[in-house]
Design a protein around this ligand. Structure first.
Ligand SMILES: *Cc1c(COP(=O)(O)O)cnc(C)c1O
Length: 393
């Protein structure tokens, strides 16, 4: 630590006192992280050293355990970049150009993003569109899959963070494998992994994708896939991108213990700490319990203020919630958002495709019931500053 620097003193909220205070992030990610997760990044560690090697190997092993599968059959491959890079890497690694036919089940923006990825790669891709206010079930895809079985892979999003809808990906997986044997089944579980139970074995999922900065509460810098080893190795030679070739990344990780190219060293140190804290909280069940409680406080508080939710209760997960903007001449999301930001509260614009006037509030990240109650108080205050009477209509 440099002499005279303020970095050694923490103000109790997790921010070194030399910096402005942390914002509370009620967003789809990156999320609020603990002071301890941030603090382990205050040191430099060489990339190719034993410490990084054992740190990476520990993380990979724990992620397989958190996924609830055996490391004989499954492995974890981390990759630099945000979560989308790993999603694209899985699609690229599994799809041989000129010889792939990919089905994306789409009920929101992240499903659409997977379609764009395939279009960029020049891979044949077909969407199966389902309304964004509905959670995908096995029944909804059965007839489609019975009519057209010839897919190299089928991909779906678990928790559609663009709306808050949670899809029944296990049911869909069972149908995919029954109707189209030999097809790879890929799940973007970015905003659900570690917080919503997911059974890879019973859902017959070959690739699950998530990233460091979602529900495991690390900082942004890399994504990862947990996948069947045999299926991954079957894909050797298919990738059309060196950086996104997960087979190459996997082989080199196994051989050397390191990422192929510059690794996100600080982020990897932080992620180990984040996983330790996750396990201490009771793993998936512990985290789910806290997020459900946050979601309940959010929904109750917003309902009292008169806000309506966009996604019907039975399809709505406890990760992120879309609210309808109030019908009032003084309403402007920009003003609402900026005033909340001035109070240290960060929410998010809507991302719905069917209707325009929505916004989102996340209930994930290092947040506790008091933080959520405080957000509701701040929203009440901002509405009053904007001269919008409550309950809003
Ligand atoms: C966050 C997220 C992603 C990845 O987004 P990045 O901005 O690349 O991190 C992908 N899918 C879902 C469902 C997400 O919530």
């Amino acid at each position: 630590m440099e002499k005279g620097g303020n970095l050694t003193t923490f103000n109790g909220t997790g921010s070194p006192s030399a910096y402005p205070a942390d914002k509370k992030l009620f967003t789809p990610g990156p999320l609020t992280t603990s002071a301890t997760v941030k603090s382990v990044m205050l040191r430099d560690v060489g990339s190719r050293c034993e410490e990084m090697k054992s740190n990476t190997s520990w993380i990979r092993q724990k992620l397989v355990e958190i996924a609830g599968v055996s490391s004989d059959k499954y492995t974890c491959v981390p990759l630099q970049g945000s979560g989308s890079y790993t999603v694209e890497a899985v699609l690229n690694t599994t799809s041989k150009k000129d010889n792939a036919r990919v089905l994306i089940i789409v009920n929101g923006r992240y499903g659409r993003r997977m379609m764009s990825m395939c279009e960029y790669m020049g891979v044949e891709v077909h969407p199966l569109f389902i309304d964004e206010t509905e959670a995908v079930t096995g029944e909804m895809v059965r007839i489609f899959l019975q009519k057209d079985k010839n897919w190299t892979s089928v991909a779906i999003v678990h928790s559609e963070t663009s709306s808050g809808t949670v899809n029944n990906v296990e049911e869909v997986g069972q149908l995919v494998k029954k109707e189209c044997p030999g097809t790879f089944y890929i799940v973007d579980a970015m905003s659900s992994f570690g917080a919503i139970p997911l059974d890879m074995e019973s859902g017959q999922i070959d690739f699950v994708v998530s990233s460091a900065n979602k529900c495991l509460e690390g900082v942004p810098g890399f994504g990862y896939t947990i996948c069947r080893k045999d299926i991954l190795l079957q894909c050797k030679g298919r990738a059309t991108s060196l950086c996104l070739d997960l087979v190459d990344q996997y082989v080199r990780l196994e051989e050397t213990g390191h990422f192929r190219f510059t690794q996100p060293t600080h982020c990897l140190l932080a992620f180990r700490q984040a996983i330790e804290e996750f396990l201490k909280e009771g793993g998936v069940n512990g985290r789910a319990k806290r997020y459900k409680e946050l979601h309940r406080i959010l929904c109750d508080g917003m309902e009292q203020l008169g806000f309506k939710r966009y996604i019907p209760g039975k399809c709505q997960g406890y990760i992120i919630t879309t609210f309808m903007s109030p019908q009032h001449e003084n309403w402007s999301f920009e003003t609402f958002n900026n005033r909340l930001l001035a109070l240290g509260q960060s929410i998010y614009p809507g991302s719905t495709t069917k209707i325009k006037n929505t916004f989102r509030i996340g209930s994930i990240g290092r947040l506790f019931p008091d933080d959520m109650s405080h957000l509701i108080d701040c929203i009440k205050k901002v509405l009053s500053e904007m001269d919008i009477p409550v309950p809003v209509s």
